[in-house]
Write a protein that binds this ligand. Structure first.
Ligand code: FNR
Length: 343
């Protein structure tokens, strides 16, 4: 099966699996305050992460690598949505277009459609510093994401088996690029141990990419008879991963939350427990493909409106205020954090 066909399979299975994600955000509860002393007009959603200014706490996370006409079309439509709504947007892995220059147009389209927006390039941890620069230049990116996808690779019979040297390669990229490097998981979450290693080599933005949304182990397993189904429920749930990361990172490293975000309440909770921004992939792709570009724009405006309403109820006029709001953590999330010694 070609890379392009495999990527299309990913999209189809990702869409089919959106409905049944487990979601641990139910175990994070806000504590109602009757005197918030704020108007919805006071709420500001804009926020800086290092040198990147994001006008929204939400961004479109990486999808659709692989090249081909479908990648081109989806990238074009997502870029139009990003331009209309002011959201930052990451593209999917550009490795196919680095290896086959004829595929570059499938990525270049995002900059054409969104000349002044925040765009984020994407490669895996096998990339060299030169490939990283090429990916950034291809879309005049404002940042580069490097994805870590060990479980997805192990689940694929044709996937990588050798994961040595990834941290050293990432460090070389961080040192050689002029734009910030975001290291991200793809739905299995990051532990505080992983996050500490990344921070120690100078990574300043980490997307924990937690368990609870698009599940690449399940997607790969669904495609074959002899499945490694023990990986289907492998991973650190998104809220736990955000809290693990927040427990070890200082002010100089920003956390992005992603993995299973669908509604405004989850987004606000993600920020309250430590994320500086929230990436959404599968839910946006599902909305785009099933309902079209205008519906996705409307959905994003609705999310913004609802986030403002929830922040008003909490008396939080900006994302920094939100991090000070009192919370209750229950159930498995509470026990996990307790056993890991994280308060
Ligand atoms: C992805 N994702 C992804 N991530 C990445 O870094 N490079 C990539 O090429 C891709 N490709 C890709 C294709 C499709 C169809 C989907 C749905 C997702 C992973 C994505 O950015 C995100 O980390 C996970 O999907 C978890 O977030 P959601 O989908 O639960 O919001």
């Amino acid at each position: 099966m070609s890379r392009t066909e495999r990527k299309w399979d990913h999209i189809r299975f990702a869409l089919a699996n959106q409905e049944k994600s487990a979601f641990a955000f139910d175990e994070i509860k806000f504590i109602h305050q009757s005197l918030p002393n704020i108007s919805t007009l006071d709420v500001r959603l804009g926020h800086s992460i290092g040198e990147l200014y994001l006008s929204s706490p939400i961004f479109i996370n990486a999808m659709t690598g692989g090249g081909g006409e479908r990648t081109y079309r989806i990238n074009k439509e997502l870029a139009q949505v990003a331009a209309a709504t002011g959201l930052a947007m990451a593209v999917g892995s550009q490795m196919a277009a680095i290896k086959d220059k004829a595929q570059q147009y499938t990525f270049e389209v995002v900059r054409k459609e969104n000349p002044s927006g925040i765009l984020i390039a994407n490669l895996g941890s096998e990339a060299t510093p030169d490939q990283a620069k090429e990916a950034v230049n291809m879309i005049e990116a404002n940042a580069l994401q490097i994805h870590l996808n060990v479980i997805q690779e192990l689940t694929m019979p044709e996937g990588d088996r050798d994961f040595t040297g990834a941290l050293d390669r990432i460090e070389a990229i961080v040192r050689s690029l002029e734009v910030p490097v975001i290291v991200k998981e793809v739905g299995f979450g990051m532990s505080c141990e992983t996050v500490k290693l990344l921070s120690s080599i100078g990574v300043s933005i980490i997307d924990v990419g937690g368990f609870g949304g698009t599940n690449f182990a399940e997607i790969e397993n669904n495609r074959r008879e002899r499945a490694l189904s023990f990986f289907d429920d492998w991973g650190i749930p998104t809220p736990i991963s955000i809290i693990e990361a927040a427990s070890v990172l200082g002010q100089d490293t920003a956390i992005i939350g992603s993995g299973g975000f669908k509604g405004a309440i989850d987004i606000v909770k993600g920020i309250a427990i430590g994320a500086e921004a929230v990436g959404m992939a599968g839910y946006f792709l599902q909305t785009l493909i099933k309902k079209g570009i205008d519906s996705l724009k409307e959905e994003i405006e609705t999310l913004h409106r609802e986030i403002r309403i929830i922040m008003t109820a909490l008396g939080a006029s900006n994302l920094a205020d939100l991090k000070r709001t009192p919370l209750m953590i229950t159930g498995e999330t509470y026990h996990w954090l307790n056993q890991r010694g994280i308060n």
